[in-house]
Design a protein around this ligand. Structure first.
Ligand code: ADP
Ligand code: MG
Length: 292
């Protein structure tokens, strides 16, 4: 890259840097986008840079693969129905240990190594996620429905210059722990801290018409969600993902974006350059890129 191109790249970022200063961004860091060590570090590095540039950042992580790994080692079975993990008592014990312990701890340590000031918490702390057992035709066990959220502790941490890193575990009033789908958790969090932006990093380019063709729907108006579910386009892990993006929008988050977390620094690139990738979700204008 020659000097002029480098300067142009830098100049392109300046309006966005000004605009995003003081804004609150919740980043959902998908389990499946966390497998690669380099990419994991790049996301944390991006969060540290965003904070250094004056943004308030919360990382809301998942950890599906780490849970599967530990369940495998312990010989405990679990299955997924419609993108959600069926969670027995044995499974929830493992989920809590892995998410609030291993995964959260590791992300905190890595962020410190990158020069950031993270505070790792489980969503039980500060009553961030108040849960009840999810009611549905399928018995998902200890899968929580988020019935209340409290972002006060996280806002205080951000105001004091920390980057909160939150594990998707909640509790009910009786003291039971619940597994919350990572996407559901991130959306609830975004509304709790009155986020300006929710960025959902995942392991695919965006919401596609056909996952084999990777033909990304670049803009999705939420009015088209029911039809895309009916059609089977929104399937598997995309069901809770898109549903929670819709919830975030309905609860006042203005900008919601599903993007590929496998590309290093995709987050910074998206925030600070004019190019856009992935799927932006909103309420205005017609969807772009849907093949009906
Ligand atoms: P994460 O850990 O990011 O939540 P998930 O596996 O839960 O990841 O969800 C992402 C997955 O959803 C993709 O890898 C893909 O297999 C699946 N999926 C189902 N339908 C679609 C679709 N229409 N477009 C993109 N991905 C889809
Ligand atoms: Mg998922």
């Amino acid at each position: 890259m020659d000097l002029q191109t480098k300067i142009a790249t830098l100049m392109e970022a300046i309006p966005a840097i000004k605009e995003l200063k003081g804004k609150t961004v919740v980043v959902k860091f998908g389990g499946n986008a966390m497998i690669n060590e380099e990419v994991k570090n790049a996301v944390l590095e991006d969060a540290v840079i965003m904070q250094a540039l004056g943004m308030k950042v919360v990382l809301s992580h998942g950890g599906g693969p780490a849970i599967n790994d530990m369940l495998g080692k312990l010989g405990i079975e679990s299955e997924f129905i419609q993108g959600l993990r069926v969670t027995s008592k044995d499974v929830i014990d493992v989920v809590e240990m892995v998410l609030a312990g291993k995964v959260n701890g590791e992300l905190v340590r890595r962020t410190i190594a990158l020069g950031g000031k993270p505070v790792g918490v489980s969503g039980v702390s500060g009553r961030i996620y108040q849960c009840e057992k999810k009611q549905s035709e399928i018995d998902y066990g200890f899968v929580g429905e988020v019935v209340g959220v409290d972002g006060e502790s996280l806002v205080a941490l951000m105001d004091a210059g920390f980057i909160p890193i939150v594990a998707p575990i909640g509790a009910d009033n009786q003291g039971n722990s619940y597994n919350i789908n990572g996407d559901t958790a991130a959306a609830a969090l975004a509304s709790a801290v009155k986020a300006d932006k929710l960025v959902v990093l995942t392991d695919i380019e965006g919401l596609c018409n056909d996952i084999k063709l990777r033909d990304v729907i670049s803009y999705l108006n939420i009015k088209d969600v029911p039809a895309l579910k009916e059609k089977g386009t929104i399937a598997g892990g995309m069901i809770p993902k898109v549903d929670s993006c819709v919830d975030a929008i309905n609860s006042g988050v203005t900008s919601v974006h599903i993007m590929d977390g496998r590309q290093k620094h995709s987050l910074l690139f998206e925030l600070f350059s004019k190019d856009s990738h992935g799927t932006v979700i909103g309420t205005e204008g017609e969807s772009v890129g849907i093949k009906w």
